[in-house]
Design a binder for this molecule. Structure first.
Ligand SMILES: Nc1ncnc2c1ncn2[C@@H]1O[C@H](COP(=O)(O)OP(=O)(O)OP(=O)(O)O)[C@@H](O)[C@H]1O
Ligand SMILES: [Mg+2]
Length: 244
């Protein structure tokens, strides 16, 4: 059995004349946290969309637990153990927090009672149990981000794809999510993390990949990529400027 839970090989995605992802090969080992960074429009979410089945790659391969899955439909990808959060959180506004998480749990458990138990357990884990009876529409942003994580966890994935779960949060709320992601990894999860909050990427990632205009321009440890002149030129330098 391969040491990798996920491997992509030369993945390509094209939208009309735009090649959004060009020949991207990445991997994630079991129980690893892999960071995926790069400027806006670099192709990060598009890469996730191919892995989780929302988009069919133009070419290339995706291996999950050693088996080819490119072109698999989203519900099937979810069933085999690929969970994800969305950059734009979209809870069911009229359902309660508990019901929102139960929707995810029902993917795995047919019985409502079991799904509810599972959902309650996960709300406890993400620190949202006290909001279980509130409507999704009534949550604030930090709570919505935790709900998004809870919904993904409820499908009981073995690989979790996190798309900017810290975007828009203040430093204290960010730290809370960093702690939560660490806790989730300690339960045995493998995680790929798209994030612009560099402090979080540096704290959490075992390895990092950097995309620029659809192309992988760097990979390695946090130290290696943050010292890579190509990364500084295309992303980190610009970011520093923007944050100054
Ligand atoms: N469904 C689509 N149809 C057409 N173009 C798309 C589609 N999805 C993404 N794109 C384009 O592909 C490129 C990559 O987009 P993507 O959303 O993957 O970037 P990203 O790295 O996630 O950026 P961000 O950091 O802003 O979230 C962009 O130029 C985007 O406009
Ligand atoms: Mg994105």
């Amino acid at each position: 059995m391969s040491e990798y839970i996920l491997e992509t090989k030369n993945l390509v995605m094209q939208f009309g004349g735009l090649i959004a992802v060009k020949d991207v090969s990445i991997c994630c080992k079991t129980n690893e946290i892999v960071g995926l960074i790069g400027a806006n429009g670099a192709g990060k979410t598009t890469l996730f969309n191919m892995i989780s089945g929302q988009l069919k790659p133009k070419s290339g391969k995706i291996l999950f637990q050693g088996k080819e899955i490119q072109g698999t439909l989203p519900h099937k990808a979810c069933r085999i153990g690929i969970g994800r959060t969305h950059q734009i959180v979209q809870p069911f506004g009229d359902l309660t927090v508990l019901e929102n998480v139960m929707v995810g749990a029902l993917m795995k458990h047919g019985a409502v009672h079991t799904a509810q138990q599972k959902a309650e357990e996960i709300l406890e884990l993400v620190g949202l149990a006290y909001r279980r009876d509130v409507r999704g529409a009534d949550l604030n942003l930090p709570e919505l981000k935790r709900l998004e994580l809870a919904r993904a966890m409820a499908t009981e994935p073995s690989l979790l794809l996190l798309d900017e779960v810290m975007a828009g949060l203040n430093p204290v709320d960010c730290q809370g999510v960093v702690d939560l992601i660490q806790k989730i990894r300690d339960r045995g999860m493998s995680i790929i993390l798209i994030e612009h909050v560099m402090k979080a990427v540096m704290t959490l990632s075992d390895r990092v990949y950097v995309l620029n205009q659809g192309t992988l321009i760097s990979q390695g440890t946090v130290k290696e990529v943050t010292e890579d002149p190509a990364v500084i030129a295309s992303y980190l330098g610009e970011k520093k400027h923007a944050e100054a």
